[in-house]
Write a protein that binds this ligand. Structure first.
Ligand SMILES: *Cc1c(COP(=O)(O)O)cnc(C)c1O
Length: 387
């Protein structure tokens, strides 16, 4: 069965180069630099019945999916990646791989859909979850039970952009006989490499920074070593039919080529915008780990190589004022999601509903790749009108 492979013998490459090159070996007669999209669902056998091309049927493997998986594995530093049609399909598969009767310790500020999945789907199918504040290591230790199988962390987190200690959390999981998984969607492997910090599984919504252009939904899981977990995830992907289309895999792999340059620009724009908002009289508080007085600053400085493109800020006033700011932006788009080239702004409390942890005056921003002065001017104008 074709599998994502490590890079073929080549000089040791830096991560920026890996993002461009890994898995991009189109071969064939045209010598094309960009990978072709292989739509065929089935592949021809040789006379001896074998599959000389390495593929038999597209649910089991496809060249575009393989290229994407090879690149993701290389970027995160794992032996293999398993690609899924969405981030939630990736999360679903990790939790589904646990045996019934298992218990999950999950971040209380994990992605909203992760909490919904654990509560609404898995609880009644015999997998229980406890939601804890992952910045409080004592609370995580006390939440561990003899049947805890998985510790699910996410850092930086939504919507307060909080930072939790990946290495310490992986250690707590290991001591408790559980595996650890880090949702690395917001940081990307460019800024944070959880496998190097002892985590067993990295999960991504590739819909965000990895795809990078808000035009393709996808997910992936990368494991630290071959073994049972990887085998289980591979068979859930194939037997459950949880496969991304060739075009989606191609788009996501294409997105990765510019990941390093995009992340550098996202981080620079977010840092500058955070400082601007921090000094703004109509802003009560900015949540961004790049600011020296942010509670996550020191830890982020230790485990990340950049502070990311996500920030949140509390508008002076309440829900009304926050809505007014969002209503008055003209360059920044009012939309959910993150990680694309367009800057997006969102009132999280109203998106998440009654169980939200977001303050009513909080707006979350995915800082895009527009000129930062246009973003500043847009926010300045919107803040001035928001009364
Ligand atoms: C978007 C997101 C997900 C879910 O991914 P989808 O691709 O929307 O299914 C999971 N975790 C985080 C941190 C996300 O931002």
């Amino acid at each position: 069965m074709p599998r994502a492979t490590r890079l073929p013998e080549r000089p040791v490459m830096r991560i920026e180069t890996v993002a461009v090159k890994a898995g991009m070996d189109p071969g064939g007669t045209s010598r094309a630099i960009a990978l072709p999209i292989t739509l065929s669902t089935t592949f021809e056998r040789g006379e001896d019945g074998s599959y000389p091309g390495g593929f038999d049927y597209s649910r089991g493997g496809n060249p575009n999916r393989c290229a994407l998986e090879a690149a993701l594995a290389a970027l995160e530093g794992g032996p293999e990646a398993v690609a899924f049609p969405s981030g939630m399909a990736a999360t679903f598969s990790v939790i589904f791989s646990l045996s019934p009767g298992g218990h999950v310790v999950a971040a209380d500020d994990a992605y909203y859909g992760t909490g919904v999945l654990l509560r609404d789907q898995f609880a009644e199918r015999g997998i229980e979850a406890s939601f804890v504040d992952m910045t409080d290591l004592g609370a995580v230790r006390s939440a561990m039970r003899p049947n805890t199988r998985l510790v699910w962390m996410e850092t930086p987190s939504n919507p307060l952009i909080r930072i939790s200690d990946i290495e310490a959390l992986a250690g707590i999981a290991r001591e408790g006989g559980a595996i650890s998984c880090c949702d690395n969607t917001w940081a990307t492997p460019l800024l944070q490499r959880p496998l190097d910090l002892g985590v067993d599984i990295v999960m991504h919504s590739t819909t965000k920074y990895l795809g990078g252009h808000s035009d393709v939904t996808g997910g992936a899981v990368i494991v630290r070593e071959p073994g049972e977990t990887l085998e289980a995830l591979r068979s859930i992907q194939k037997d459950g039919g949880l496969v991304p289309s060739p075009f989606d895999a191609w788009l996501t792999r294409r997105g990765l080529e510019s990941l390093a340059a995009r992340m550098t620009a996202h981080c620079a724009n977010a840092m500058e915008l955070a400082r601007f908002l921090d000094a703004h009289p109509r802003v009560e508080r900015v949540h961004y780990p790049g600011l020296e007085d942010d509670p996550g600053h020191v830890l982020a400085g230790r485990q990340m190589s950049g502070f990311g493109g996500m920030l949140a800020f509390d508008v002076m006033g309440g829900r009304h004022e926050a809505f007014a700011v969002a209503a008055n932006v003209r360059v920044i788009a009012r939309a959910t999601s993150l990680g694309g080239t367009h800057s997006l702004i969102e009132h999280r409390a109203s998106v998440e509903g009654p169980t939200t942890r977001a303050p009513e005056n909080l707006l979350r921003m995915s800082v895009g790749l527009e000129h930062v002065d246009d973003l500043k001017e847009d926010l300045d104008r919107a803040l001035a009108t928001a009364r």
